[in-house]
Design a binder for this molecule. Sequence first.
Ligand code: ASP
Length: 388
Amino acid sequence: MQTRIPRETGDGATPPRNGPLALAIHGGAWQIPDDEAEAHNDGMRAALEAGRRVLEAGGSAVDAVTAAIVPLEQDPTFDAGIGSILNTAGEVEMDASVMDGFAMRAGAVTCVKTVESPVRLARALLERGRHVFLAGDGAHEAARLLGLPMVDPAHFIVERERRRLEEILADARFRVPDPFDHPGAKDDPLFVPRLCHGGPAGAPTGVGDDRDEDAAIDRSIRPAPGGTVGAVARDREGRLAAATSTGGAPGKWPGRIGDSPVIGAGTYADDEWGACSATGWGEAILRAALASTAVRRLQSGREPQPDRGAHRDAGRKVDRDADAPGDLVHPALAARAAIGWFQRRVGGLGGIILLDRTGRIGWAFNTPRMSRAAWVEGAGEPVIAIDP
Ligand code: ASP
C-alpha cells in the first residue's frame, strides 16, 4: 500500500507524525582556543538559523545543509572558505561535498582555489549529476560554466593562517601540533583520548567513558586544531542530507586531499538510515570511511518495523517509521561506537555529527573539543556547545 508523507507544516510545537525537522552542524574538532570559543558559538548560531529557515519554509534537506555551510565559509573563524589553512606552498586549496540521502546523489570538489563557495559548487554538481567529484582546474571550469562567483585566491587568506604557516615552516620537526592540552597527556607516549558522546535533550550522553587501553593513540602523529564545517538535516518529507567544507589540515602538501570531499569518509547520507558529517584527522577518517561507517552503526540488527509510514518514489520504497524506530540505535550511541572503533582501528582523532531517519541527533568526538549546534523541531531550544 502506498502511504503519502503528510505535508502539514506543524507549528514547531507539534511535529508531524512522520518525524520532526532536524538540523545539526559542526565547526570542527581539536583544541579550540578559549579566545575563539565565542566566535565559534556565534558562527554555529548563524549557521543553524540559516539552515532552519530553509527547513521551516518547506525547503529540502539538501538546501538546508548548503544554506547552513555558506555563512561558515564566509566566516574567517572557520577552516573553510575565508580563513582556510594554507598548504606548504602558501596557497588555499579547499574541499567540499554534499550528499542527498533521498536519491543517493552526491557532488564533491577538491583543490579548489578560486570558487567563492566550494559547497555551492559541490551542490551544483550534485544537481547536474554528470560527475560526482571534480578537482582543481576542472572544478574551476565547472564553476565558471555554472555561473558561480569566482574570486582571487587571496580572498581566502587571513593573517592568522599566514602566521601559522610561518611557524610550521620554521619548525623542521613539525608534523602537526599537539591537539591535546591535557595535563595527563604531556608525558604519556600512548595517551588514551577521552571519548565523549551526546545529543540534544533526551539523548544518551557520556564523557570520558569507553577508555580502552588498546585504543591508545600514537602521539607522534599529531593532527592540528581545525575548523572544518559540516551539517546534516532532515526535511519535512523525511529526506536527509549531509555536507562538509574545509580548507584541510595545517602543514598539508599542495594537492593533498583529506576526507571532507570524499563521499563515505567525510560526508554520507542515506534516507533509509541516517546522515553524517565528520571532522578531524583526515588521513585516518579516509581509511575508516568514517561517515558511512557511522551511518551503518545506526542499524541495531533488528528487522525494520512494520511499514506504517512508508512512501514510494521513483520505484524505491523507503521505510519511514518514525514512531517506532526499533531497528535503529540512538545516534549518540552509534556515534560513540563509530568513534571508539575509529580510535581503536586506525588511531583516529576526530568527531562526527549523526542524524537518524526519524530526526534524532547524536555526536561523538575524542578530541578535547568539538564545536557543534543542533536543533530538533518541537524539542525546545537549540543546543550550541564546544566542550564535552
Ligand atoms: N578533516 C579535515 C581534513 O583532514 C580537517 C578537519 O576536519 O579538521 O582535511
